[in-house]
Structure formats: C-alpha cells, structure tokens
Ligand binder design. Structure first.
Ligand code: AMP
Ligand code: MG
Length: 420
C-alpha cells in the first residue's frame, strides 16, 4: 500500500479535464436559449429598458418641412447679385409653428426664426448677424451659399426609414425618436420570469438572529440587484434546505412559473450538494463544470421548458458567473442583442498571482490617469467568499487560461461593472 493519497480533481486544481472552456460554455448556452415569443404593447415611457419586438418604421419625415436653422432672413438665392450688395424688401415674418403664407419673390425676403417653415419661393437663410438693415431694406452681400441655414424635410429621419431594429434595448434617445415620430405606443418583448433561490442549511435571512455555524444569505440580494438591471420579472423563492425532496419540489414548482431558474450553492461535490442529482432526475444537464476561477462548478441545463443555471454558492463566484454566463443567457431570452461589456486594456499596478489552466476573473479598481490611460489594482484578498473584494471593486480583471501571472506594469484586460 502506498503511503500517499492520490487526490481527485477539485476546485483548487488549476486545470481539470472535466471542465469545459468558457467559450464552449457560452456557445452551449446560446444554443439552448430560445427568445420569448410573446410581446406586449405599452405607452413608450413604460418601454424604457425593454426590448423592441418589431422594427419601427418612420410614418413621417422629420423634420416634416424644410425649416430655418437660424434666426435670419429667408431669400431666393438667385436674388443675390454677384460681387455686390443686394437690397431686399422684407415682406413678412415666419415663426416656429407659425408659417408665412405668402410667396417670397425676387429681391424679397421673409424674416424667419429658428424652426420656422421656409416660405414658398425661398431656398436660403441669411443669418441676422450677416445683414444690414437700412430704412426698411435688408442689405445682403454676395458671400453666401445656396441653401445655407436650411434644414431639409426628412434630413433627420425620412418617411419609411427603419429607426429602431428588433432586439434593441429602448434607451432615452429611442424614447425621443419615437416621440419625434408621433409614436406613443410600442410593442416590446414580454419580460421573461426569472425565479431564483438559495440552497444551504447554514443560511439565515437578514433580520433574523444568527445562531452558531449559520451565515446570512447574501446571494439572493446580489442576484436581486443584478436581475433588477435587466428587463425581467423577478421571482424570489427564498432559501431552500439541502434536502433533495425540498430542492426537487421547489425546482418543479419554479419550472411551472419561470422561463429561467437560477439557484446558488449545492453544486460542488460535498455531501449536501444535491442540485446536480436532482436536475438529472427531473431535467437535463448540459454541462456542470467550466474552466474558470472563481465559479468552476456551474451547472447548466433545462427543466421542462425552463432553462436552469445552478450557480456556485460562494458569493463572489455568484457575481462573476452571473455576469459572464447568466447575463448573456438572459439577454438572449429577452429577445435582445447580446452585448458583452466593453473590454479595456489597463496597466496593472499590482502583482497578480495566477496558474495556467483556467480563465481567472479577479476584482479590480480601475482609474484613468491624466493621459486617459487605464490603471488597475486588485482589491485585496481574491478568495471566492470575500464579497467585500467585490463591493470595493469597479471592474473585473480578465486573465486568460494560459496566463501565468501578472507583474506590475503588465497590460491586462478589464471589464468595468455595468451596475456602477
Ligand atoms: P456550496 O456550493 O453550497 O458548497 O457553498 C459554497 C460556499 O458558499 C459555502 O461556504 C456556503 O456557506 C457559501 N454560500 C452558499 N450559499 C450562500 C448564500 N446564499 N449566501 C452566502 N454564502 C453562501
Ligand atoms: Mg451549500
């Protein structure tokens, strides 16, 4: 008999043949997610942050009529005499919203305010600062361009032009565009229902006394915060004990109500980790380990029509894996284009330890210096249970699989948090 124990693969190993790569996990998730097929029509203000369902085509030209970009005088450009001063007769005034009904003829001009419709016969606006007024006459020199200071009909948006594509997230600018077209209601994707619960016999909800050996449940709070930034209906199913029967019951109930179920904890290989076995009984497991740190034991699958994402229990791993895997899955489910947060290059001011074998996501504080270059430092201890490292941070530091550590001065990729 050997006097050594041969360890089996664990979370602490840098590499593990059963883990799939981050890119493979993202592909498998994308293959399984079908966007919601239902929509609802809402007043446009209620569509802020929601996902546009069908393309929006402009019913009108914006602006509807050619109008003045300046306060000045509308003229027919051909009235101007080459290389000389032209004297024009002022025949009326047009205001934004109050048009001049007459015709602007040769050697005539109409006083126009910004936004006023260009009178018939006129094609050019001379700024008021560039004319001389002389006993009722308006004097203009030849230093002008045909069509200057005129905004054309349809210059911003032409009739029949597509202004918002399906899958676009409705932002403040979109609300303005819709309003400028006179559109007051919009069809958006129904919000998918996302149910979540924490698992763990040790968990106590905030507000309750903490007995020996117990800890407060923080994952339901970070998940609530993360989900609140997405166009989903949140269904919090509380804390569930580490008992296969309770987990099975809750998952079945959740699958009847939710499009996506997210759990935390119970996905490692401890005695009380039942998520995987229950999922295998009542649904399908697609994968259960990713080559990432933190967050290797992530279980992905389906229970009936619902997608299932079993996040790890450690609070930092929950936030990291949610942002990397659940966010794109939810965007796709919502009918949205998948937008991954922008990656920036930053100079590390710290030494960062890392073994090759899996992608690592550390927590950093990024600042930009006077040359607009990004610098990043780590936020203390990087253990996957150290949630304070997350709340001090403003970005993730992304270290690729093959990376073997970072020295101060090395460039690294960072991803700024999108909830800051
Ligand atoms: P598990 O994956 O269930 O073994 O959990 C891993 C670690 O995360 C354990 O130390 C748990 O106590 C902790 N943990 C699990 N769920 C939560 C939670 N909801 N809030 C805070 N810590 C948790
Ligand atoms: Mg547990």
């Amino acid at each position: 008999m050997s006097n050594k124990i041969t360890p089996t693969a664990s979370c602490a190993d840098p590499s593990d043949p059963e883990s799939i790569r981050v890119s493979a996990a993202l592909e498998r998730i994308a293959q399984q997610v079908t966007p919601i097929s239902e929509s609802e029509e809402l007043p446009i203000r209620d569509c802020l942050g929601r996902i546009n369902f069908e393309k929006v085509v402009s019913p009108i030209n914006v602006p509807a009529h050619a109008n003045s970009a300046m306060d000045g005088y509308a003229i027919a450009f051909d009235s101007l005499v080459d290389d000389s001063i032209t004297e024009l007769e002022e025949i009326g005034t047009a205001y934004a919203g109050i048009a001049f009904d007459g015709i602007c003829g040769d050697r005539q001009c109409v006083r126009v305010m910004t936004g006023a419709v260009i009178p018939q016969g006129a094609d050019t606006v001379i700024m008021q600062e560039q004319v001389e007024l002389d006993s009722g006459q308006v004097r203009v020199d030849a230093d002008h361009r045909r069509g200057e200071n005129v905004r054309h009909a349809g210059e911003d948006i032409a009739v029949d032009q597509t202004v918002i594509e399906p899958g676009a997230s409705i932002n403040p600018a979109n609300l303005g565009v819709l309003a400028s077209l006179g559109i007051d209601k919009l069809k958006v994707y129904r919000k998918p229902v996302v149910a979540f619960f924490s698992t763990g016999d040790e968990l106590v909800s905030p507000g309750q006394p903490l007995e020996k050996g117990k800890i407060y449940d923080s994952n339901r709070y970070t998940l609530f915060g993360l989900l609140s930034g997405l166009p989903v209906e949140i269904l919090d199913l509380g804390v569930i004990k580490d008992e296969p029967e309770s987990i099975r019951h809750t998952l079945v109930e959740a699958s009847e109500r939710a499009d996506l179920i997210i759990t935390t904890g119970g996905v490692s290989v401890g005695e009380a980790d039942y998520i995987k076995t229950v999922l295998a009984e009542i649904g399908d497991i697609n994968f259960w380990k990713i080559a990432i740190k933190p967050g290797r034991p992530l279980t992905f699958g389906k229970i009936r029509q619902s997608l299932f994402i079993g996040l790890p229990g450690n609070p930092v791993a929950v936030m990291v894996t949610f942002s990397q895997f659940a966010t794109p899955a939810i965007q796709q489910l919502c009918g949205a284009e998948i937008v991954s947060p922008a990656r920036l290059k930053a100079i590390s001011i710290d030494k960062l330890r890392k073994l090759p074998g899996r992608q690592e996501i550390q927590r950093g504080i990024a600042t930009h210096d006077e040359n607009n270059e990004w610098r990043v430092g780590k936020t203390g201890k990087q253990g996957s249970g150290i949630l304070s490292s997350m709340s001090k941070a403003n970005c993730f530091i992304l270290l690729p699989e093959e990376n073997t550590g970072v020295e101060p001065g090395d460039a690294v990729d960072i991803q700024l948090f999108d909830w800051d």
